[in-house]
Design a binder for this molecule. Structure first.
Ligand SMILES: [Fe+2]
Length: 314
């Protein structure tokens, strides 16, 4: 097991940085096919193509020959107590065999129980018991797929009294126990930090930076007392600042802009992504230990469950 974990770690460390990527959305299919835009790579939602034949699948096959592709899942449900879904994993493996993604990612979350899929990315209790449970499942999935997985930090709206481990430590233990990689969503860090009253700068500093293979940036809706992770607008300056910090700490990794609701025309989406270039060379100027800001005193449950054209994304 240790040998296998070490080999997965080696794979994670050897993954390339393909540059700045965009999420592949059906709204943009025709534009991409006609214009061959100079995008470094695309991230596809695995579930949108696992069951579909027809035009979407045909287009994905074409694009996978022209661009590097990463598969990003929303239904692995690694934190669930349900048995691992072999049918789902088999389809995931088949799709990966077909389009040859640079890596396959999913979220540190659970999406349902008793075979029910809520299509939402639900928060987990962070303690030793859940860590053992999740690492065991990650090991089994990685061995089934014969490759390491990459896990994303979720956006959350509550914490559990039963949690005894900080999320950043939990993620680090996951990488140490399984050899998996991390997808750092800096917008999720910002959203969760505001909603759950922790310092996003400290969070990013504490992560194992050599295990981060990708970043997400996105826009969110600030509701005053809480923030909702909507992915429906431009990235705010504070999130760009966190991106700058993470860029320097990781040495620069593949970065993707998520925009999943009110999706603009392709050129607008691409232009927002390219703003990342100026932030890569910026100097991080957020205070390392900022005073507590106007955090919500009351945590809220996750109200986000947007079934969009292309499934739920976080
Ligand atoms: Fe994300």
């Amino acid at each position: 097991m240790t040998e296998q974990r070490d080999s997965y770690s080696d794979v994670i460390r050897s993954l390339p940085n393909p540059g700045l990527g965009l999420g592949l959305r059906s709204k943009h299919f025709n534009y991409i096919l006609e214009h061959n835009p100079e995008v470094d790579w695309f991230e596809v939602i695995s579930e949108n193509f696992m069951d579909s034949g027809g035009r979407p699948h045909h287009i994905l096959r074409q694009l996978a020959e022209r661009y590097p592709v990463v598969m990003h899942g929303v239904s692995l449900s690694i934190g669930s107590t349900d048995p691992l879904n072999k049918e789902y994993l088999t389809k995931l493996k088949l799709l990966a065999k077909e389009i040859k993604p640079l890596w396959i990612s999913d979220h540190l979350c659970w999406t349902g129980v008793n075979s029910l899929n809520t299509h939402d990315l639900l928060p987990i209790v962070l303690n030793e018991e859940s860590l053992k449970h999740i690492c065991n499942r990650i090991n089994r999935v990685q061995d089934f797929l014969h490759r390491p997985l990459v896990f994303e930090n979720p956006s959350t709206y509550l914490t559990f009294k039963q949690s005894t481990i900080n999320e950043w430590d939990f993620l680090r233990y996951m990488t140490e126990e399984t050899g998996c990689g991390l997808l750092l969503d800096v917008n999720n860090v910002y959203v969760s930090a505001f909603n759950n009253d922790f310092d996003p700068v400290h969070y990013i500093h504490q992560l194992p930076h050599s295990r981060i293979v990708q970043m997400h940036i996105a826009g969110h809706q600030h509701c005053g007392t809480h923030i909702i992770d909507t992915h429906d607008r431009q990235v705010v300056q504070e999130v760009w600042k966190l991106f700058t910090l993470a860029w320097h700490l990781t040495g620069g990794v593949a970065t993707l802009l998520e925009w999943d609701s009110n999706i603009p025309d392709f050129e607008v989406y691409h232009a927002e992504l390219l703003k990342a270039k100026q932030h890569m060379s910026s100097i991080f100027d957020m205070e390392l230990n900022p005073e507590k800001q106007e955090y919500s005193e009351e945590a809220v449950s996750n109200p986000v469950n947007f079934m969009i054209n292309d499934i739920v994304v976080n």
